[in-house]
Design a binder for this molecule. Structure first.
Ligand code: KIV
Length: 313
């Protein structure tokens, strides 16, 4: 008897499941084909990002700006990132899903940091976490890696340091600053990070950092010399508001597409052109002309005293 004759039902998973990107497979892309990375914060976006062939989805704390309308990334909570990560995981079959550690979740103690990172993995379903900071955060990265939590590091411009730095300032423009970026990158590599985001540094500096590391670098505003690139989804498709930084390339203007669509819907409703008969439901039997009168009469008839007077014995 052939194997298939033994089966009562067909295979449950007929759809080919693509090979999942893993932490080791990201690591192995050093000096290989450029790593394709993008942010996503919900299910439909994650599906589209996956379909487009991206390797890694970051559920970034940039969600605070582009989804929740905050002026900085500082206000997003761990619970909000966990909830977004769950949705992204449902939409992302192939890409590695990395969850950002929000401001305040790795600032109290190494124990607290581990507990918070574990929540991103266990409750959110993330396969790795990202945290901002170089040398000064290396001990935390080491602790997480020891707890089997893969870490993507983040050096250069750190949006969570907006207050301590006095703004979103490009890093590595001077000798001492460039050397600090390199020191930070080497420290996070030594601590066990499997990749590092380099944000807002001159291309020359990012290239030298990339050549000095054995883990992949993923650039954002860091030029061409990195092992991969990452951008914020809403910036790329034209859904973010306000002026975009110069490193952003906008590939669509979805805000205009949505404005036009909503304007047409408003017009159609106001003009009585929506909904049409084909967009409504039909009866399955003819109703007599008085069908509504009967119900209305029934409802307006005075109720009998016995049903109203509940207090009577
Ligand atoms: O939160 C974020 O989106 C990020 C990236 C853009 C690197 O940290």
């Amino acid at each position: 008897m052939s194997k298939s004759e033994n089966k009562l039902y067909g295979d449950v998973h007929e759809r080919p499941v693509p090979a999942k990107v893993t932490v080791p497979s990201i690591r192995s892309r050093k000096n290989g084909a450029p790593l394709l990375c993008l942010t996503a914060y919900d299910y439909p976006t994650a599906r589209l990002v996956d379909e487009a062939g991206f390797d890694l989805i970051l559920v970034g704390d940039s969600m605070a700006n582009v989804v929740l309308g905050h002026a900085s990334t500082l206000k997003i909570s761990l619970d909000q990132i966990i909830s977004a990560t769950r949705a992204v995981k449902r939409g992302a079959d192939r890409p590695l899903v990395v969850a950002d550690m929000p401001f305040g979740t790795f600032h109290v103690s190494p124990e607290d940091t581990t507990i918070n990172a574990l929540r991103l993995i266990r409750e959110g379903g993330a396969q790795a976490v990202k945290l901002e900071g170089g040398e000064s955060r290396a001990h935390l990265i080491q602790k997480l890696v020891q707890a089997d939590i893969p870490v993507m590091a983040h050096v250069g411009l750190l949006p969570q340091s907006v207050h301590s730095k006095g703004g979103y300032l490009i890093q590595g423009k001077t000798l001492s600053s460039a050397q600090q970026v390199l020191r930070d990158a080497l420290a996070v590599e030594k601590a066990g990070a499997f990749a590092v985001v380099i944000e807002g540094v001159p291309s020359e500096v990012a290239s030298v950092v990339t050549q000095s590391l054995s883990i992949p670098t993923i650039g954002i505003g860091a030029g061409q010399g990195c092992d991969g690139q990452i951008l914020v989804f809403h910036d790329v498709v034209g859904l973010s508001t306000g002026p975009a930084p110069k490193f952003v390339r906008r590939y669509a203007n979805l805000a205009d597409v949505i404005r036009k669509a909503l304007g047409e819907l408003v017009h159609d409703i106001q003009q009585g052109q929506f909904p049409k008969e084909s967009e409504a439901y039909a009866l399955t039997e003819n109703l007599p002309s008085h069908w509504a009168d009967d119900v209305i009469e029934e409802q307006s008839a005075p109720e009998s005293s016995s049903s109203l007077d509940r207090s009577s014995p």
